[in-house]
Design a protein around this ligand. Structure first.
Ligand code: G1P
Ligand code: ZN
Length: 552
């Protein structure tokens, strides 16, 4: 153990004025890196966290990040502020690399842990001119619930200053124990612990045999946090050839890419699977490792369908053999999983967008699996969505079913029918234009029921609000819903994670029964709804954009 020579002196730094813009969004405080580099900006938010998170003094905190530009500096600041706040122990990782699901697991398994601070802007690009973020997780390992985020925000609004100590940076290049005043800093390997958890949930012998039997796969880490985890799992433990993991070295700017596993930003991988025949399976994860994209040969798996398939086959998978307590999906996610839940006769919950809403359901044992259309899937093994877990789940199903991804999807739709689904994102829309579009549609809602739309008729039009069935808390204004008589629907939401302008998300869904047309291109199947949405909300007119920036 190394100890700082003397107990470091606590310095109280005054703020000229409190920051007024530190309200966390859908997933933590995300801002362009230059905003975080303003003097005292990061420290202000951290001070609010350390003052607000219950049990910080004398407690244990987990700290790490996705390795993006600013990660190392932020960890250094956190350690020095944690010492000033007399945190008992900070657990951090070699080189500060820690995926979001691995952080969740570490929080859950470390005795006395009161929560964690995860440095990531998730799937947003990283670098000096790109984005940085700070996420706070609670003692259950999950994202801070709204009440805690609001309390942190409130604290920033009146903050007079912050406490910090000055000391040399703690080396993070290898595991070790250090002491900063009364705070113990433990540097651990951020990968191993998570890999052991995966080995408990999935049958690695079965996977090794299956993958070695002529089922070639490729995984794209997009130069983000999952690289070291994926290499360890796929190349070391499952014996796949070196190079199975592409872009496996975490880089501060993700190699200049956008670490979002979708068809637009993971295009080389998508092209390899959708246009080539080299691989039977491909997958990618995002910046901090909680998102996943699943691809088969010539087959893209929509994330809403992915949740449904996982639910339908869960009992074939080692860690889930005992069955499922229930499932949950975010409101804009398609109802594909609802159909499976109905057949399995298990409860299915509909929550607002954002992983934090699954936390109470998971903690109360009401659900085992949950997911979002935004490439997020997870289970009660942690309290975050988990990209590599989803990939291993899919491979475990395929190892049992011994068929292609495309065949698995066809069988699924032939059983449950198909929920054609797509999300259209309009990014970097001018704030006022987006607000105008949203506000205009919101005002129309009371008059819409009964109106014709998209060759159908509007059954119900409302703004989604949610009452948590466990703690009774309510969350309102969670997206505009246009529900049609046929069961089709369109949802309008404004993103809570974007950092530049506004992002309008339009979610489209149409159900086709199992004896109907199951093999249409989703954009074709949804064409009347796409036109209807523009007609209703004037998307082109308000945004000045004729096509979405990203279609998934
Ligand atoms: C987006 C997704 C949402 C997800 C969040 C964090 O939030 O839509 O499902 O939980 O990122 O990964 P949004 O930008 O829509 O607020
Ligand atoms: Zn993420």
């Amino acid at each position: 153990m190394t100890a700082s020579a003397t107990t470091p002196q606590v310095r109280h730094v005054s703020l000229a004025a409190p920051f007024q813009d530190q309200k966390p969004g859908t997933s933590g405080l995300r801002r362009p890196t230059p905003v975080f580099q303003q003097p005292h900006y990061l420290e202000s938010f951290l001070e609010a966290v350390l003052q607000t998170l219950p049990g910080v003094q004398g407690g244990t905190l987990v700290v790490g990040g996705d390795g993006r530009y600013g990660n190392r500096r932020a960890i250094d600041v956190i350690l020095r502020m944690a010492c000033a706040h007399r945190v008992g122990r900070v657990i951090t990782t070699t080189n500060g690399i820690l995926s979001t699901p691995a952080a969740s697991h570490l929080i859950r398994t470390s005795p006395g842990c009161v929560g964690g601070i995860i440095l990531s802007a998730s799937h947003n690009p990283g670098g000096p001119e790109e984005d940085f973020g700070v996420k706070v997780n609670g003692a259950n390992g999950g994202p801070a619930p709204e009440q805690l985020s609001n309390a942190i925000h409130q604290a920033t609004l009146t903050l007079q200053g912050y406490a910090v100590v000055e000391t040399a940076a703690i080396p993070l290049d290898r595991p070790g124990h250090h002491r900063l005043g009364t705070t113990v800093v433990e540097v651990v390997d951020g990968v191993e612990d998570f890999v052991v958890l995966m080995q408990k949930l999935f049958d690695f012998d079965q996977l090794r045999e299956f993958l070695g039997s002529g089922f070639p796969i490729t995984f794209d880490a997009l130069h983000a946090v999952t690289g070291p985890y994926a290499r360890r799992i796929f190349e070391d433990l499952l014996g796949l050839p070196a190079g199975t993991v592409r872009h496996g070295a975490p880089l501060e700017d993700f190699g200049g890419g956008h670490p979002d596993p979708n068809l637009t930003y993971a295009k080389p991988l998508a092209d390899a699977l959708l246009q080539g025949d080299e691989f039977s399976f491909g997958a990618a994860c995002d910046g901090d490792g909680d998102r996943n994209m699943i691809l088969g040969r010539r087959c893209f798996v929509n994330p809403s369908d992915s949740l449904a398939v996982i639910t339908a086959h869960a009992t074939q998978v080692k860690g889930y053999g005992q069955g499922l307590a229930g499932v949950a999906r975010s409101m804009p996610t398609s109802a594909a999983v609802d159909a499976v839940a109905e057949t399995l006769a298990i409860p299915c919950y509909e929550t607002p967008t954002g992983w934090k809403f699954f936390g109470t359901l998971l903690d109360a044992g009401k659900i085992t699996l949950c997911g979002e259309e935004s490439f997020g899937t997870g289970s009660d093994h942690v309290r975050e969505k988990d990209g590599l877990w989803a990939v291993l789940f899919w491979l475990s199903i395929l190892a049992t079913e011994r068929c292609s991804v495309a065949t698995l999807m066809e069988r699924h739709w032939a059983t449950y029918g198909r929920h054609y689904y797509s999300r259209h994102d309009y990014e970097e829309v001018e704030q006022t234009a987006a607000a105008e579009l949203y506000g205009t549609l919101q005002r129309q809602l009371p008059r819409l029921a009964g109106q014709p739309l998209a060759g159908d008729r509007i059954r119900q039009a409302d703004e989604f609000s949610y009452t948590d069935p466990v703690d009774g808390s309510t969350s309102s204004r969670q997206g505009l819903r246009i529900l049609l008589e046929s069961g089709s629907r369109m949802i309008f939401r404004l993103s809570g994670t974007g950092t530049r302008g506004a992002t309008l998300r339009l979610y489209l869904e149409r159900y086709e029964p199992n004896n109907g047309a199951l093999n249409l291109d989703p954009q074709t199947a949804l064409a009347p709804l796409i036109r209807g949405a523009d007609q209703l909300a004037g998307i082109r007119q308000h945004t000045g954009m004729s096509t979405p920036t990203v279609i998934t």
